[in-house]
Design a binder for this molecule. Structure first.
Ligand SMILES: Nc1ncnc2c1ncn2[C@@H]1O[C@H](COP(=O)(O)OP(=O)(O)O)[C@@H](O)[C@H]1O
Ligand SMILES: [Mg+2]
Length: 231
């Protein structure tokens, strides 16, 4: 198991939100996270990316404990994170967003060139401010800023929420490709999760800061199953 958390506790200041969550992400697999609004999905992702402290439980990555590590250290270890909100610098150009993400790594220019090869649409907009991008382009940039750090695991928090269908399909395609290349992916699902569930291995259902269920993702595509899990 590439990333494994057990009995994970976390929250904001003294307010505990996660009350002992189990979660794993394996190389080359897409793991999805499902649950009602306010369940703690984003809190889990913020904790695994080092933006919130672990209050209890274990968090291992490649067999090494990351408890007590902060965001940069976790990023350097190989976990990329695309937050649900505020995931690019609006006032910076596309290129500078990517360079800013590469600063802590060697060969920043080559990293950016490599990401441009994967996402030609970003190269076309390299000198535009991020604030001028469409929603789908901005989300592509956010994913690229995580990719440029060369992660082995990507954490994506509702990455296609509110996007035009063409970008939903593009992002699904890119993430599917990354998983085939060996990337471990954690994807918090939004509305209409059928397409991501179809290429995902395991779904963790989170409710009120706890595991409500762990399900083979494809079984959620059976009629009525998704509704029964969410109700
Ligand atoms: N910055 C914050 N400060 C305090 N509480 C927060 C903060 N962000 C989220 N919460 C609370 O944590 C709980 C889980 O939120 P979140 O993880 O964002 O849910 P989800 O992503 O599943 O919709 C909610 O009760 C929410 O109000
Ligand atoms: Mg959320």
């Amino acid at each position: 198991m590439l990333l494994e958390a057990t009995a994970l506790k976390s929250g904001y200041g003294k307010v505990q939100i996660l009350h002992g969550v189990e979660f794993t992400v394996a190389s080359g697999k897409i793991t999805t996270v499902l649950g009602p609004n306010g369940a703690g999905k984003s809190t889990l992702m913020k904790t695994l990316s080092g933006h919130l402290p672990v209050m209890g439980g274990t968090f291992h990555y490649n067999g090494k404990s990351l408890v007590g590590h902060r965001a940069l250290s976790i990023c350097l270890a190989g976990i990329g994170y695309v937050p649900q909100e505020a995931n690019v610098f609006f006032d910076l150009s596309v290129r500078d967003n990517l360079l800013a993400s590469s600063l802590a790594f060697e060969g920043a220019a080559e990293r950016v060139a490599e990401v441009f090869r994967r996402f030609p649409i970003l190269e076309e907009r390299a000198d535009q401010r991020a604030s001028t991008l469409s929603g789908g382009e901005r989300q592509t940039l956010a994913i690229a800023t995580a990719l440029v750090t060369g992660p082995d695991v990507m954490i994506l928090d509702e990455p296609t929420s509110g996007l035009a269908p063409i970008f939903v399909d593009r992002i699904l395609g890119w993430v599917g490709e990354l998983a085939q290349e060996g990337m471990g992916v954690a994807w918090v699902v939004e509305q209409n999760p059928e397409k991501i569930l179809a290429i995902s291995e395991t779904t963790y259902v989170i409710d009120a800061g706890r595991n409500a269920d762990t399900i083979e993702s494809k079984s959620l595509l059976e009629p009525g199953r998704l509704e029964s899990v969410l109700l």
